[in-house]
Design a binder for this molecule. Sequence first.
Ligand code: T1G
Length: 702
Amino acid sequence: MNDLVKLTQQNEIAIITIDNPPVNALSPGVPEGIVASVEAANADPTIKAIVLIGGGTTFISGADIREFGKMTSGEKPRIALTPKLLIIEDSAKPVVVAIHGQALGGGLETAMAGHYRVIADTAQVGQPEVKLGIIPGAAGTQRLPRLAGVAKAVEMCAVGDPISAKEAVALGIADRLIEGDILAGAIAFAREIADKPVVRTRDRNEKLAGVDPAVFATARDTARKTKRGQPAALAAIDAVEAATKLSFEEGCEFEGQLFNECLFSIESKALIYAFFGERTVAKIPGIGKETATYEIKSAAVIGAGTMGGGIAMNYANAGIPVIIKETAQDALDRGLAVIRKNYANSVAKGRFSQAVMDQRMALITPQLTYDGFEQVDIVVEAVFEGMALKKEIFGTLDTIAKPSCILASNTSTLNIDDIASATKRPQMVIGHHFFSPANVMRLLEVVRGKDTSKEVIATSMALGKKLKKVAVLAGNCRGFIGNRMLHPYFRESQFLIEEGATVEEVNKTLYDFGWAMGPLAVSDLAGLDVGWRIRKEFRHLEKPGVRVPLVADLLCENGRFGQKAGCGFSKYDENRRPVPNPETAAFAEQVAREGGIERRSISKDEILDRCMYALINEGAKLLEEGIALRPVDIDIVYLNGYGFPAWRGGPMFYADTVGLKKVLARIEEFEAQHGSDLWSPAPLIKRLAAEGKTFSSYETQA
Ligand code: T1G
């Protein structure tokens, strides 16, 4: 019927195949092609039933998300899918939807407009719209409760996670599980039902009655906690609830109003930006898809501590055999015990079976020697953060590992080029900076040295995807992207308590903004001694006369290392709940007295702007230095490694929503108050603000 949708026939069965790779999104032309094919099949007297299937690896993965920007910018009107789905549902001949791969968003909505659904046993279905800051906009909130029941529909629309084929059949979303050839199974099913009367999903109301109102109240409470700052989850619940109170037509009307409100929200723009951003960061200018890569079939990790153990789990989870080496048996045993406990917890929570855990444990080889290192394709060093030790290890690896073996360091701040200088193969050396806990956090900073080869970079980016990480390429500077920006962010949070803000005010301000935790709480969680040790190592680099925060050092000198010591900026009870620590207030007053700082009450606005604009200003400097390729790389780092709220898009996206002229004006105010050493506006911000531009207009210089 058009290039995107084909109509063929197998005797009395019409087959409509969607051909819009790679994910069969409902791009313009796809819904129209489906409708035209359904109408043609109904007009053909030889046809008794219709099968709708996706070509390639999947059914429909949803509306074409790229179209939303054109709708919100006014470039094109919103193309409602609902009326088109009614044509499918009103087909006189039964429509059997064959689902393989995934049916997500508009894909599931299209499937539910069919009269039957058969599903491959490996397929998934879901309404993930809430993860984009919107809700199902093609009657998903009205048909899903009719098939799966109200409670499950509320959960699927408000949380957004997909469900398995098996669960879809159990719930009534799908009618039959197909093992093997999905098309053949669908055609056979179509023949079975060809003569049965057609029942439209919208007329199936039996599951809408007698719903306990607590279902909605509980879902709203959960959404307020887990989807803080995101109105779409609550809107989705309202829309599903409307299905139990209104007619199908009125319910669709109400859903459409809520959908539009969400689509035009800043939260949705930010979440859609983040969705595409995760895919943009995989594209490295100058290192195209044609770049050769090394095959990673085996790995070794040096260090079985928190990071090393988590890194080894990432490889085992990806099915890659991995050696984990320690220098002492007790340390090795401790490391393996933590890995085993982590897996056992996942089994206990039903994430996977004991058999899967056993398979993964079998892929991990603990040892105290370098045996087998001569055969592995990559070694990841994850030892103590000291340059001398890292150089010693890389020097040894250089004599053992095969020439094509990638030598990666998990260092969080040290210089990759210095580490590479301990080898004769700097082109094979790279940073793989995982974030703790390494088996959970999605971010992987891939840090290129000056000699790192394109092939090693390309391999690392592809490996990140295989390890189910979001890999972001960073240049080699102290702290790379994330930690480099965190430094002034933490600095300002600590200056603020010296100047009169309380720890609780600072933490709450940033928490209310959307961060998972406030900066002083994060410092307490990470351990104040970590920063204390780094400050002592780099003290000689500090510019004389430039103010530095002092309270953290005083806390450390008194053994107040944070949560692990029961107190740091805050005190922590046995459940690690924070309460004010009077010592911190006393140290802050002492520092202010000795430093001639006049303490005052500080507004939430100033707290927010001092912390956020310090972060953003440093991010702009990273762009100018080429450490970060694009603003979106910085944003993806912060969304996936630092608990920055995804519905704010990231620090650079947030700066654009504030407006760079305003951001610059505030930075210049702080510069006037605190000096240029701390607050010199990044030239890039000055240039973009002067030109009336945004970070999103910035083109990488790489
Ligand atoms: N629209 C446009 N492009 C999409 C897309 C979509 N829905 N889904 C994926 N892509 C692109 C993606 O950007 C990438 O592009 C390529 O396809 C491969 O994707 C009407 C309003 C389906 C699980 O939220 O979750 O329907 O980088 O790398 O790892 O009420 O893509 O190659 O240029 O992610 O195999 C609801 C979003 C939309 C699903 C496949 N649907 N997609 O993962 O491949 S709203 C979604 C995904 C909606 C209705 C509402 C995943 C995937 P490029 P990929 P993957």
